[in-house]
Write a protein of this length. Sequence first.
Length: 369
Amino acid sequence: MEDMDDTSAYGLTAGTPDVRSVGSITFGPAGILFVADNVSAKVYAVDVADPDGPRGDEPFDLADVDAHVGSYLGCAADDVLVQDMAVHPVSKNVYLSVQRGRGEASLPVLVRINPVDSSITDVPLTGILFSELAIAGAPAADNPKEDFYLPLEPEGQEVTLPNGRIIHVVRQPVRTSTITDLAYVDGHLLVAGLSNEEFSSRLRRIPFPFTHDGVDTALEIYHVSHGKWETEAPIRTFVPYGQGILASYTCTPVVHIPLGDLVTGGKIVGRTVAELGFGNQPLDMVTFVADGQEHLLVANSFYGLVRLDFDDINAQTPLTEPHSPVGPPRHTEQVTGVIRLANFGSAHVLALQYDGVRRNLLSLKVDSL
């Protein structure tokens, strides 16, 4: 087993990173946390110096997370904007990337929650061991193009769908979608997001330690509910899947993308394997094993948690025609409002749930999903 205390082999140096925002986070080797910073278009590798030893598979629940974190940070719960969640692979401490406050005055914070006593600490962003890499080809800060997402709360532009359902759309500069999700796989950091190229949807594979930019490949996928091939919409969330990834996009295709085809200057055509529905935003994904079978669990803005079984995904032929929700059989859990997911040992999936008023941490038994 890899020594979780040994970060010396990963090119980290002591100092103070110029972190301007925090977004997607994920753990890598030796308990190193990767942190996306879309304001500066960089990714940081941070030694979080996790203070605790191994823990078992006991569940963890915490109501009103925003209020607890706000109390620790000295701000109102409404000023706690949780961006992402990751669980330390050994200690099971829960890490949140948080923007404290709103707009240009907001401050980036990394928060750690101990699941034994619910105590909260922060990970200092000064005088730490870290390394950084600027994302090559990131959209410029003044790029006028926009990306959009579907929020859980009624904010942004109101749009009426053909079926009469009303959704809200928030538009934002494409720079804010430079990095939309991260995962560490076999010595490389996979980075999904947008670029400044014409075919702007990108998947990057960056070696770690950060020695060079890695490979940067354009993506094309068939968007079933839109009835067209798509090269500009970014991956919203993804998980490793065999020798590739399973990724999901807004409105809501699930796509298999093989990693062996990644090459700088090239383009990968993904295999769309499921369509979860129009007017829907994928928010997070995890895989888990139950009853000897591997499953994909998708949190999204409109439905409850959606489970797809890997056997069905593997057997699915590519979807290349416009249809209503199609693809493998799926099971929808009546757990709504889940905005983030993380594996919490082998027996539970940890969910960050928004109930319309507050955000709560819930441990979901994999055997019941």
